[in-house]
Design a protein around this ligand. Sequence first.
Ligand code: NAD
Length: 262
Amino acid sequence: MAELVPLTTPLPGPRLTGRSALVTGGASGIGAATALRLAAEGATVLAVDLDGEGLGRTVAALPAEATGGITPHVADVSDEDAVAGAVAVAVEGGGGLHVVANIAGILRAAHTTEHSLQMWDQVIRVNLTSTFLVCRAALPHLLTGGGAIINSASTSASFGHPWMAAYAASKGGVAALTHTLAVEYAKRGVRVNAIAPGSVRTSMTKGLDFPADADFDLIARIMSPIGPGDPASVAAVVALLASDDGAHISGEIIRIDGGTHA
Ligand code: NAD
């Protein structure tokens, strides 16, 4: 006879009470939505970004009823010392570190034949090297009490996104780094996953400057049949991965693209 397995997780309620989280890119778009969502779910969040004014707007947007909080921290996540400093502040302020969401990133579009080395280096450094730096600095703390890392990949890691050579390569690197860390630390209580959004309405996509002669038939290949997503719905997936509801998910690259590549 079939057996009924009782629910073991209390529903509903904040899932991150007592957790300390570091969120990069917290001044805008998906990072801001993530900082707000994690704090609304009870986490003590250190929101890190280059943009201090934007961080102020994120902090001000936190509803009074949120059970967690957000502390702004201005830092460049591609700078090794600044990353070490941000992790130390998160550990100090949150009494440890349990969740890391690497959301900061930049996008530059150009024909590959016109893609400068300087632009390539900048995109790889901000999107990929910073993810490595933050993971490396945070892991010793996550390993003490268990934790979750959520990195930002993109559908460009798996599907051709024209005119985004460095961006796509950086996101492919983030996906590979995510798989590697997930296996390396699986038995030590740290889960490592990545989100892979398609098109999401943020300043990144608003400011996207395709080459003037870009072929829009090719751009249409990466557009969702139901339109771009919103940052809050991506943040909800980050919160799932950060929480115990994601307890058995590790090494996943979760596509959030409104059916674009279904
Ligand atoms: P966004 O431009 O709205 O926000 C990015 C934030 O990162 C900004 O606040 C910016 O100041 C910050 N940042 C950039 N460089 C930094 C640095 N060196 N140090 C610290 N902070 C820095 O962009 P978004 O759309 O919210 O993107 C967030 C992440 O999601 C990025 O990694 C992006 O590649 C990824 N993503 C976005 C989309 C999309 O359609 N918007 C799709 C796939 C993946």
